[in-house]
Design a protein around this ligand. Structure first.
Ligand code: G1P
Length: 271
């Protein structure tokens, strides 16, 4: 069973500047609610019991959002506003399940994952990238089902426009398992159009094996000088470890870009 999730949150959010010059992008409101709450709700609904946030000192605002008890208590004591009480209860529920670890240098997603090594208890865990919102269907839940069926690692996947392959992790398709799930042959981080093995992109939901930590601890920086999770995954695939691409049926919203961020509010308000 997948009970733990990790969420890398130390990213600088440069695509959303100037909003992110003083503000954590994951707290920016999407239809009146911080983006990170949608991600947490997805986790809870998928049966996750503990979530590890990887933050940096610069993103301490995220921890403060969940640790503002004094403030809530004084407001609630003064006037017993049912709305505030309800919101506070929700925050407390989230707080109970979150652990914080720190990544003070933005060395890449792979480096962020490595910071959670001592906290991961089971053979597999879930990772969610907070820029990637998937609405209408719980992608993590579907992936956990597939994991349970095949006892394998799983990554969310989507076809992208060939011209944009250098924005994503792109994989080479292996055997088809069923209508939505395929084995992955190879995966490459942000390839050029020329080197891309397909137009099939990895989206920010991963069920990863604990073996990934060993790979990450030895991994050299890749594209852009960062330690990429994609490179560690490729290394496991080369060792014949099974990775499944799940073509999810929800709707993908890229909240890390200004266009996507604005669109996400419009789309979510229509739900
Ligand atoms: C990350 C991953 C990339 C993946 C993407 C999905 O890239 O490194 O492989 O396709 O998320 O959103 P980033 O968005 O951090 O550049």
């Amino acid at each position: 069973m997948i009970k733990q999730a990790i969420i890398p949150l130390a990213g600088l959010g440069t695509r959303l500047l100037p909003l992110t010059s003083v503000f954590a992008k994951e707290l920016l409101p999407i239809n009146g609610k911080p983006g990170i709450e949608y991600i947490l709700e997805e986790c809870i609904d998928a049966g996750i019991k503990e979530v590890i946030f990887i933050i940096s000192k610069k993103k301490i605002m995220i921890k403060n959002y969940f640790y503002n008890d004094k403030f809530y208590k004084s407001i609630i004591n003064k006037k017993k506003d049912p709305r505030v009480i309800k919101e506070y209860k929700k925050i407390l529920k989230f707080k109970k399940m979150i652990k914080f670890v720190y990544q003070d240098k933005p060395l890449g997603t792979g480096d962020a994952v490595l910071k959670t090594r001592k906290f991961i208890k089971d053979k597999f865990f879930l990772m969610l990238l907070p820029d990637d919102l998937i609405i209408k269907k719980n992608c993590s839940k579907s992936m956990i089902k597939i994991h349970n069926q095949y006892n394998s690692s799983v990554m969310a996947s989507m076809n992208v426009n060939k011209r944009t392959v250098s924005r994503w992790g792109i994989y080479k398709l292996g055997n088809r398992l069923n209508k939505k799930d395929y084995l992955i042959k190879d995966v490459i981080e942000k390839p050029s159009i020329k080197n891309a093995p397909s137009n099939k992109a990895v989206i920010g939901r991963y069920i990863l094996p604990r073996d990934i930590f060993q790979k990450l601890s030895k991994q050299k920086p890749g594209k852009g000088g960062e330690i990429h999770i994609t490179d560690a995954i490729q290394s496991l695939i080369s060792d014949n470890k099974k990775f499944i691409a799940h073509n999810f049926s929800g709707r993908y919203l890229d909240c890390g870009s200004m266009r996507g961020y604005i669109k996400s509010t419009v789309e979510i308000s229509k739900l």
